[in-house]
Design a protein around this ligand. Structure first.
Ligand SMILES: NC(=O)c1ccc[n+]([C@@H]2O[C@H](COP(=O)([O-])OP(=O)(O)OC[C@H]3O[C@@H](n4cnc5c(N)ncnc54)[C@H](O)[C@@H]3O)[C@@H](O)[C@H]2O)c1
Length: 330
């Protein structure tokens, strides 16, 4: 059995990765959940976890703790991060402490305990607004928000550790994901929930363009890193669909599926500072096809079907979002 540690396991993408990996009997999962005084397991509460899965409460910022949980692991999937761009404008230092220092703790522990493969999670936000499309892995990195800057730093640390100490790390760079269990702070769930609960949808810049991957496909790309990327240490691999939509087009699709006429109100507080806005993201898919043998929407649903599935999930699970729904339309 291969022992696998997943950080950020209770989060949106992490919980889908857990759901996928737990069906494989060859894996023994150790799930890091950020310590909280309620012993809340986040989205892991929605999964029927098998008995041999170990949950560990703690924090990636604690070097000694991380060293103790990485010991004896074969593989580490590192997804834990602070991800909210608006919050990163307010508290940039928290982003450095979590996303950079936390990642450094993971890399040091993996090196010391000779972990065989580390999958480090980047984000398409590191590219800033596309200077050319599709965006390949050689596209310049432009930190347009403290979040993006912190992820660029963590990615560069991972690459430096590979070059300096042969850290067996692969960097997965997901483009925007969507699907069940995503926070209402993210654009697709925000639009879905507002359309379901209100007649007026409050938005920021509807002209921005994003490449969206269904989260179950993203989780498959992560798993394929274990299966296929045998000699690709130090590589960065974009994980996106190669197709993009304007946010206004997505809003139109959502209102059509829900079957509701809505008013749109553009709110200044939902618009990023001008130079910080990322106007277009569209991923090249060559490297993910070649190395991971992965393509978005190839086995499961297409974008429109995944959007319908996601909307139905939010309808069925509306009780879980009562407080958030009130807050995010304020
Ligand atoms: N959601 C997307 O569209 C997207 C796109 C590109 C990249 N990513 C990356 O994917 C990863 C997962 O993102 P997500 O969307 O699932 O976000 P999420 O917020 O749902 O999950 C992140 C998890 O990290 C945990 N975490 C935060 N700080 C921690 C700490 N100090 N110690 C331990 N755990 C901590 C949180 O509790 C949370 O469960 C992140 O690295 C993010 O940058 C996400």
């Amino acid at each position: 059995m291969k022992k696998i540690l997943i950080t950020g396991s209770e989060g949106f993408i992490g919980s889908h990765l857990v759901e996928r990996l737990m069906t494989n009997k060859a894996y023994q999962l150790h799930l890091l959940v950020q310590y909280n005084s309620f012993s809340n397991k986040g989205w892991l509460n929605d999964l029927k976890l098998k008995q041999n899965i170990k949950i560990i409460y703690g924090d990636i910022r604690d070097e000694i703790f991380i060293d103790s949980i990485v010991k004896n692991m074969d593989y580490v999937f590192h997804l834990a991060a602070l991800i909210s761009i608006p919050y990163s404008y307010q508290s940039p230092k928290e982003f450095i402490n979590t996303n950079v220092v936390g990642s450094l703790n993971i890399f040091n522990a993996c090196l010391k305990h000779k972990v065989k493969k580390i999958i480090h999670t980047s984000t398409s936000e590191v590219y800033g607004s596309a200077q050319y499309t599709p965006i390949d892995e050689k596209h310049p990195l432009v930190g347009q928000s403290p979040y993006s800057a912190s992820k660029i730093s963590a990615d560069n640390l991972a690459l430096a550790y590979n070059k300096s100490y042969n850290l067996p790390v692969i960097i997965i760079r997901p483009f925007n994901c969507f699907g069940p269990r995503q926070s209402l702070r993210a654009i697709i769930p925000s639009l879905i929930n507002q359309c379901l609960n209100y007649n007026t949808v409050k938005v920021g810049d509807l002209s921005t363009i994003r490449d969206f991957t269904y989260v179950k496909d993203t989780a498959q790309a992560f798993e394929n890193c274990l299966k296929y990327s045998v000699r690709n240490f130090g590589e960065i691999i974009n994980v996106g669909s190669g197709k993009s939509f304007k946010i206004s087009d997505i809003l139109r699709k959502i209102t059509k599926i829900i079957g509701k006429k809505i008013n749109i109100k553009v709110e200044k507080k939902r618009i990023r500072p001008k130079k910080s806005e990322v106007y277009k993201l569209l991923s090249s898919t060559s490297k993910s096809k070649k190395i991971l043998r992965w393509k978005a929407y190839s086995n499961s649903m297409n974008f429109d079907q995944a959007l319908v599935y996601t909307i139905n999930w939010y309808i069925k699970n509306k009780n879980k979002f009562i407080e958030d729904t009130k807050n995010y339309n304020l």
